[in-house]
Design a binder for this molecule. Structure first.
Ligand code: C2E
Ligand code: MG
Ligand code: MG
Ligand code: MG
Length: 286
């Protein structure tokens, strides 16, 4: 009944494994040169302040367009870059790109903060804080306009050094957010000891919020606790109007997701901001 008996099947699996392995080796080699090959870019996703209906900050997300393999997602290449040490190059590259963009916006009178994702290895890198300070100074950027997003697990790598870096960044005036909250093992109580201002609830809790499931209970209590601790709450993965209304009702501060906008290039973002200046403002009778 089986078209492919055992041995044949094993060889198919083996071929697939070899292919995956070759791809990984190739990506590991090529990511190291991606910046100098001009294969990297940045897209920006708006964060909506729910109460005011305004966008005051965007999240910067890295994109890699490999000359032969095409588009590679950050969920794949960031991990490889972390495993092989290339992450430091990527971080430096995107920091420079973001600073250049922020300078441009500031010159145009566009008041827009930018949040950048950083890796555990960045916080563990003794030079990172100085490098950030230098780049901001070079481009004349107000540190208060920059934010870093760090996952919970990143804080666990070298807690002492990470904590020191976080405090130094905070002292510079940079704001800090815990990313993908709820997917790791940290408790809100533990976060209390960190110099963070924002909590980003992971999209896995937000995607199906509309169904009013268990997720709604989790999101509600997270918002309540976070607010009691003086933290602002961002929900990522807002894909429809119902989720946004739920979040508004639950008192969530900020929403981010495909329903509002996908991550887009800087020029498209400028057009988006212009077009949507009033889209999310609540009118008196709505
Ligand atoms: P993240 O920081 O948690 O970013 C959120 C991810 O969810 C992004 O994926 C974003 O495009 C996606 N997303 C946004 N809205 C929605 C939505 O409504 N629905 C769904 N299903 N997804 C949504 P992306 O851009 O592929 O990035 C994946 C992860 O890669 C990021 O997760 C972040 O951890 C990492 N990453 C991206 N850029 C950088 C970077 O420059 N440096 C570092 N260290 N990590 C980065
Ligand atoms: Mg993020
Ligand atoms: Mg996230
Ligand atoms: Mg994530």
């Amino acid at each position: 009944a089986d078209a492919h008996p055992g041995p044949m099947r094993i060889s198919v699996y083996q071929a697939k494994r070899d292919q995956d392995y070759m791809r990984r080796l190739r990506l590991i080699r090529d990511i190291h040169f991606a910046a100098q090959m001009r294969e990297l870019s940045v897209v920006y996703q708006p964060k909506l302040d729910i109460a005011s209906g305004e966008v005051r900050q965007v999240e910067a997300l890295m994109r890699w367009h490999h000359s032969e393999l095409g588009f590679i997602g950050p969920d794949e290449f960031i991990l490889l870059a972390e495993q092989t040490g290339s992450i430091h190059k990527l971080t430096q590259w995107i920091l420079g790109a973001i600073a250049t963009q922020m300078r441009h916006w500031a010159d145009q009178g566009v008041e827009l903060g930018v949040a950048m994702n950083i890796s555990a290895l960045d916080l563990d890198d003794e030079n990172f804080v100085d490098q950030v300070a230098k780049v901001l100074e070079k481009h004349g950027i107000d540190p208060a306009m920059l934010a870093f997003e760090v996952t919970e697990s990143a804080l666990m790598v070298n807690p002492e050094r990470s904590l020191r870096s976080l405090h130094q960044l905070r002292e510079m005036g940079i704001s800090l957010a815990v990313d993908d909250y709820g997917t790791g093992y940290s408790s809100l109580a533990m976060l209390k000891s960190l110099p963070v201002q924002d909590l980003k609830i992971d999209k896995s809790f937000v995607l199906n919020l509309a169904e009013g499931s268990e997720d709604a209970v989790i999101v509600r209590s997270t918002i309540e606790l976070a607010h009691n601790m003086g933290l602002k709450v961002i929900a990522e993965g807002v894909e429809n109007a119902i989720s946004l209304e739920w979040l508004r009702a639950l008192g969530c501060d900020t929403a981010q997701g495909y329903y509002i906008s996908r991550p887009i290039a800087a020029l498209d973002l400028e057009a988006w901001l212009e077009k949507n200046r009033h889209t999310y403002k609540q009118t008196e009778h709505s």
